[in-house]
Design a protein around this ligand. Structure first.
Ligand code: GLY
Ligand code: MN
Ligand code: MN
Length: 470
């Protein structure tokens, strides 16, 4: 866990970067049915970035005028002590967080009005609509989390993003710890894989591993023999001997820092000739993009590097027809690689995606409108300290490969008969998909793969699968 001083430094950096007061909200607990039965509380990511162990309903006012940070917390009551045990006092919380002052949460609006007077206060909209509505009533801004143009004042968002984008050593230590736990979860799932069990059994091992280390899943665990369904949240399929398992799972530390890793392996421990060919292309596409990481490199070029390797590989297998550059130019590769090569990762698994393309796309750059490339979530120039994923994949998606319009548009570039063989293999379940994903830190001298310890070489993966026995 970063130290109180680490958090103080981050807050000091924000105070130096803003000209007007900024009000942040942690958000509150969501009730499942009656108020005391909550969904697990998780503070908004920007709040987590600036404060250790945020309490539900916390708020914080950053005032650049006197360089103060005031933290607002719910008042302590005898009821709290009865139901939740001893709760630290405001004095104890001031020490634990290192803020300038702690005030009563119920006084938030009154306190902000008095301290800031006529100065404009800017807020940052968060996924908790109730907190955002309250924030709007205080700052009088048009805030809305799910509307990229209304998340907050652009200068404030960019000031926050500048800090959240470049990791300190303490933050990297957290990400490396999340990566180590994620490695354990992936290797446990590989070792426990065998035909005849359900996906949920392996998903339980993955999430149980996170829990044993005090972590939660950073996002809904994708564990499926239907790897072609990109964000498949179901775990109800039975594993067949000839299936491929795709696991996309990452641990989130109590501090919020997380990992996001994908591996794919054969249920029976042996890649079929077709799976081996596709796996080798995906791995080559991943490694080529990682090897190209360096300060100043445009992230979109990493996407194009992976796309070309995939186009070339599929062309050599006779699934695509033609030269890799032409296939990428026409967007043909996207029929098999329809998503972007990755995204920022940090305290959010898709870090700051809630800020929209303001942060993810360099000023003046716009999303492509081409199928596939339009899903590229990131197009910035890399700097030392930035962390992002590299996650190419090849998928055989019936909805794409049997689409009449796609077949007409790409009939010169795709051997759809050959593609159909992949859609119907494996007792008609189809090939599915293969993705390989790692988390990468850009350093002055090139890439540092934070998740490198999760096995991905084909032979290492095959050796692990099923090794736990029945
Ligand atoms: N786990 C979702 C993703 O890889 O983006
Ligand atoms: Mn990812
Ligand atoms: Mn992922």
């Amino acid at each position: 866990m970063p130290t109180v001083q680490n958090y103080k430094n981050r807050r000091k950096q924000l105070l130096s970067a803003i000209e007007t007061p900024v009000l942040l909200m942690a958000g509150g607990p969501m009730s499942r049915n009656y108020p005391a039965n909550w969904h697990p509380f998780r503070a908004d990511s920007t709040f987590l970035f600036f404060f250790p162990n945020p309490e539900p309903n916390a708020a914080a006012l950053f005032d650049p005028k006197d360089k103060s940070v005031t933290l607002f917390l719910d008042e302590r009551t005898a009821e709290d002590a009865l139901w939740h045990g001893p709760v630290p006092s405001f004095t104890e919380m001031k020490k634990a967080t290192g803020v300038s002052a702690i005030e009563k949460r119920s006084d938030l609006a009154k306190f902000v009005a008095k301290k800031c007077g006529k100065r404009q206060v800017h807020g940052v909209a968060i996924p908790d609509h109730r907190a955002t509505t309250e924030l709007k009533s205080i700052t009088k801004e048009r805030l809305d989390f799910y509307n990229a143009k209304k998340v907050g004042n652009a200068d404030v968002l960019l000031a926050i993003a500048k800090l959240r984008n470049i990791r300190t050593e303490a933050e990297l230590t957290e990400m490396r710890a999340a990566a180590a736990i994620t490695r354990e979860a992936h290797t446990v799932a590989m070792a426990r894989t065998r035909a005849g069990i359900y996906e949920q059994e392996l998903a339980g091992h993955v999430e149980g591993t996170f829990a044993r280390h005090g972590c939660v899943p950073a996002y809904h665990t994708i564990l499926s023999v239907r790897g072609e369904v990109l964000h498949n949240n179901e775990h109800h399929n039975l594993l067949h001997d000839t299936d491929l398992v795709l696991l996309d799972a990452g641990a989130e530390r109590p501090s919020g820092w997380c990992a996001d890793v994908t591996r794919t392996w054969p249920v029976n421990g042996h890649f079929s000739p077709e799976a081996r060919d596709i796996y080798d292309i995906v791995l080559a596409a991943e490694v080529a993009a990682i090897d190209a990481v360096a300060p100043g490199v445009r992230y979109r070029d990493l996407h194009m590097t992976s796309s070309r390797v995939i186009a070339d590989g599929l062309s050599q297998l006779g699934i695509l027809k033609g030269d890799a550059d032409d296939l990428v130019e026409t967007g043909t590769h996207a029929l098999f690689f329809p998503h972007g090569v990755g995204h920022l990762i940090g305290i959010d698994v898709h870090d700051m995606e809630g800020f929209g393309d303001l942060v993810a796309y360099e000023k003046g750059r716009k999303r492509s409108t081409q199928f596939g490339t339009c899903n590229l979530r990131l197009d910035i120039d890399l700097e030392p300290g930035m962390c992002f994923t590299i996650e190419p994949g090849i998928y055989f998606v019936p909805a794409i490969l049997r689409d009449k319009a796609m077949r007409a548009q790409f009939k010169g570039q795709v051997d759809f008969k050959r593609a159909e063989q992949f859609l119907t293999m494996n007792s008609l379940r189809g090939f599915g998909g293969i993705r390989i994903e790692d988390d990468v830190l850009c350093t002055k001298t090139g890439p540092d793969v934070l998740t490198a310890a999760v096995p991905k070489e084909r032979l290492a993966v095959e050796a692990l699968v099923g090794s736990a026995g029945a």
